[in-house]
Design a protein. Structure first.
Length: 175
């Protein structure tokens, strides 16, 4: 099983929702809504990222065929939550502390006083932990979205518990 921060993925232009969730679970997930297939392949090759896509035609490109690029092919038609669980399971990552869901930057803990001008007063009072993105400056705190995140985390961890012990990987694993 890979350590969370050693897995780096590149999400194709259709996988923005998956990218955001992967970042919430600490996976380094690049995503650009405007990227075309050629640029995506070059970017993934340059940074050795595993490509997340459901696009069969993209996967016919040479770097996938000759094994230079690994990928996870998303089954078509799954709801977002199922997609996220599927990707995490295939990658074998253990959910970890979050990265910035907006830009994929790393988050650093911040004291309440440091973020007082960036957080609504009500949240500032009730929230106990604050984080700031080292790249875009976005501030996050444990608030209204946290329950949804925890529910997803629990689902992912259940998947992990149910994962059969080491065996022949399924054929759609990475390539
Ligand atoms: Zn950010």
């Amino acid at each position: 099983m890979n350590e969370p921060h050693t897995v780096r993925v590149a999400c194709d232009a259709m996988c923005g929702g998956v990218a955001r969730w992967l970042r919430i679970f600490g996976v380094d997930a690049s995503y650009s809504p405007d990227i075309d297939d050629g640029d995506l392949v070059r970017h993934a090759l340059a940074e050795q990222r595993i490509v997340i896509t459901s696009d069969r035609r993209l996967l016919e490109r040479r770097p996938f065929a000759d094994g230079r690029l690994r990928h996870v092919r998303l089954p078509v038609g799954l709801p977002l939550e199922q997609q996220v669980r599927y990707v995490i399971q295939v990658l074998g990552v253990v959910p970890d502390g979050p990265r910035c869901s907006a830009c994929n930057g790393e988050l650093a803990p911040r004291a309440r006083a440091d973020v007082a001008d960036r957080v609504p007063a009500r949240s500032l009072i009730w929230a106990s932990e604050f984080y700031q993105c080292s790249r875009c400056g976005e501030v996050f705190w444990r608030g209204t979205h946290w329950r949804r995140i925890n529910a997803m985390r629990q689902a992912v961890e259940r998947d992990t518990d149910e994962r059969p012990p080491a065996e022949t990987p399924p054929t759609n694993r990475f390539n």
